[in-house]
Design a protein around this ligand. Structure first.
Ligand SMILES: C[S@@+](CC[C@H](N)C(=O)[O-])C[C@H]1O[C@@H](n2cnc3c(N)ncnc32)[C@H](O)[C@@H]1O
Length: 343
């Protein structure tokens, strides 16, 4: 297989090759670009009924779910027993409650970028919905936007961008690790969004995004983003656009900010988002003793009423409360945003 040839993998894989009628052509740099045109169920268009070849999310609980590829004759094991695809899933509505062979049940959900992010096979560190939501907003992404991204990694952010820019926008995503580029393209085909994305297998710092002056926004999640700022500027439209770089370390941020300044970007600012979640738990709390009620004050301390009053203030009671989980997600990375203006 040639380096950069993402399509070659697709022609030998199941069930992607059945549905992904890929077209390819060579770019000026000699790399291959892959695209295909598809109809039917996809991550960007809702369809009601589960079909052979679909991706679905088997939901056992909010902290227990996984993706499956639906196949005639296929089976999926869960702790509640087996799910038989042909009889239990195909032809049923997404969102259905499915009874497993041991009598327990699961929900079978339509895949969304949000669900994909928490269920996808990790090939790299990925971005999660907290950062993704800020990136989408601050890059001003909308249907029709053209976006350049690097690296593709596990495709977590890519799926979210694709859903936002659909049906008329496009994502150009650059990944220099060949297997990751191929796997991402395979997943885009399987999720029927490959007509909205072009995967390039090359080094963004050396070769850029393979497009010039067409992007509304650029996103970087690579170890040395400062080396790609010149290419990002070139990829953005002449009239300007937005850029975002995600970096875990502040030293990376410093070098990126300097590079952004050198290339004439304005409105440079860096932020970090810290998410605080709460679990709802039943907790036992001691009833506080606020002392005697006002009307009891005039009474003798030995009266029955007074004794009853003070004893009702004691003991424990059960409450529903929001409590922090034992392990919370801390620092993920810094998000640096900037604007390319008319210059
Ligand atoms: C942290 S992962 C990106 C994860 C991605 N944002 C996601 O949400 O799934 C970083 C990726 O960038 C790729 N990468 C690093 N440097 C690169 C470069 N110079 N050109 C292209 N890809 C690069 C790596 O191979 C890796 O897959």
């Amino acid at each position: 297989m040639q380096s950069g040839d993402v399509t070659a993998l697709l022609s030998g894989s199941q069930p992607v090759q059945e549905e992904c009628r890929a077209q390819r052509w060579r770019t000026d740099s000699g790399s291959m670009v892959t695209r295909s045109l598809l109809i039917s169920m996809s991550f960007v268009e809702y369809r009601d009924l589960i079909q052979d070849g679909d991706t679905a999310i088997v939901f056992l609980g909010h902290d227990s779910m996984f993706p499956v590829t639906i196949q005639h004759g296929g089976q999926t094991q869960t702790k509640y027993g087996v799910i038989r695809h042909s009889t239990d899933l195909i032809g049923k509505r997404f969102g259905s409650k499915v009874i497993c062979s041991k009598g327990g049940w699961v929900y079978v959900l339509y895949p969304t970028p949000e669900l994909w992010t928490i269920n996808l096979p990790h090939r790299t560190q990925i971005l999660y919905s907290t950062d993704i939501s800020m990136i989408t907003m601050m890059l001003e992404l909308k249907p029709g936007s053209v976006v350049c991204e690097s690296g593709t990694g596990s495709g977590s952010l890519s799926h979210a961008i694709i859903r936002t820019v659909a049906p008329t926008g496009h994502l150009y995503t650059v990944e220099f690790h060949q297997q990751r580029a191929e796997k991402a393209m395979e997943e885009f085909c399987q999720h029927k969004v490959d007509h909205l994305v072009t995967v390039k297998n090359q080094d963004v710092c050396k070769n850029g995004f393979g497009v010039s002056r067409i992007a509304d926004a650029v996103f970087l999640d690579i170890p040395s983003p400062w080396e790609a700022i010149g290419h990002a500027k070139d990829a953005l439209k002449i009239e300007g656009g937005r850029i975002c770089s995600f970096s875990p370390c502040i030293e990376q941020v410093q070098r990126t900010c300097l590079a952004l300044e050198e290339h004439g970007f304005t409105e440079i600012n860096t932020l970090e988002i810290l998410l605080r979640v709460y679990d709802v738990r039943t907790v036992s709390l001691q009833i506080p003793d606020f002392g005697k009620a006002v009307e009891e004050k005039g009474m003798s301390g030995n009266s029955d009423a007074s004794k009853q009053g003070s004893s009702s203030q004691q003991g424990n009671a059960l409450f529903k409360s929001g409590v922090s989980p034992r392990e919370t997600v801390g620092h993920t990375g810094y998000l640096t945003f900037a604007t390319k203006g008319l210059f």
